[in-house]
Design a protein around this ligand. Sequence first.
Ligand SMILES: C[S@@+](CC[C@H](N)C(=O)[O-])C[C@H]1O[C@@H](n2cnc3c(N)ncnc32)[C@H](O)[C@@H]1O
Length: 451
Amino acid sequence: MQYVYSLPASPSFVDKGLVGYDFGPLNQKDVEIIYIDAARGHDTFLISKRVVRIYYILAGNGHFTIADSRYEVCAGMLVEVPLRTEYCYSGKMKLIAFSTPRWSGGNDTFTKWNPDVVPWGNITCAADDGSWLTQLARSRIFGKSPLRAYLRLNQRLWNKLPTTVAALGLTRSYGSFLHGVARLDGVRIQDFSTHFFRNRPQLELIRRLAERRTKGDTLKVAVLGCSTGAEAYSVAWAIRSARPDLKLTMHAMDISSLVVEVAKSGVYSLAGSPLFRLMTDAEFVELFDRDRDTVTVKPWIKEGIDWSVCDAAEPDIIDTLGSQDIVVANNFLCHVDDSTADRCLRNIVRLVGPNGYLFVSGIDLDIRTRVASDLGLNPVQELLDEIHEGDPSTRNCWPFHYAGLEPLNKSRQDWRIRYAAAFQRVSPTEADSNSSKQRNETDMLSLVSES
Ligand SMILES: C[S@@+](CC[C@H](N)C(=O)[O-])C[C@H]1O[C@@H](n2cnc3c(N)ncnc32)[C@H](O)[C@@H]1O
């Protein structure tokens, strides 16, 4: 039986304003002890229905806001947060949090952003087009959003729909309408969630592209928005295990220095981490060296990856990273407003060298389709269906979350471009003809819908 626990070598979770290290699981199953290194504080206000939390401040100072009252705290103080009470904390502090029972999904309700950590949280919104629907999304009756209530009611009914009804064209159209509403209502916020082998068919396509290179070639890959590194390491594994002869140069970057530090170390704690849940045991053994509750990415996968803190929207990333054979930009453009996503994607495309490939998922499909059409990107049809279905986390939250991915609908005339998540950047002349072909298709579609 284990009596003594060390601090995990790497964080169990990384949030916008703090890093958490989960001890255990302890023998005492209904207690969880977390060491929190807060740079700015907890990103949201929360109310817990079941978990009682007690915080001991080890170092630093800041404040807790509990039931609308502010309490200054410093090292040596203890804070007890009762059930069903809204609270949050801010400040540069090191804390120990005792939770009983252990946290599990659904225990907490996040009520609003903490402006000390996410100052832009309450103003970053989907599409502020001034329409009646946007006005409705902003309106409150007795402090509650009518649109959110409408979505909640629909969600309850939606979850009960038989599969045959859910697949009907009419139901999908209504789903698209609901998704539009969810996109208006949803406050956009970046998160760091990631998994090893998150989209297997996408890794398979990358592997096939590597297979097609000539012996000893250099393959230049950039992984943007790499979070704590799972995606970059998965891609490096796919390429290096298929083609050890290739000279792989990989740039992996993220806007947050917190996650880049974790990614660079390649060290992860097993305790409570969802990072590995999509891996088989054999893959786990192939990727990691394990020492009790800590794993380290094997040197043959890790070597030569260049990690940096960088904003994918910065026009000078092309000077920093240079032109690439494969650019991966997944699951971060859905978390910004539409015009930023559009601008950022156009900037990212500049990184893709001639005949190179762009992988971009986790972005609004209208924006992706428009940018790909405008820039004459060639949608890759190989494994298109499989890649679209390859990441259940985005598929399952449609239509009620702004980042949800709509089901593939082959009755749409534009499906080959709309649902492609991989694109080839072809030469300028080919691009011109692609672009006009795609524009013609779009014109045809608008004629069809007008008639
Ligand atoms: C949800 S995670 C996705 C991680 C990984 N790409 C995946 O698909 O599993 C989004 C990451 O993108 C990063 N990010 C957001 N905006 C960015 C930007 N403009 N430039 C670079 N990274 C960004 C966030 O910090 C976060 O780590």
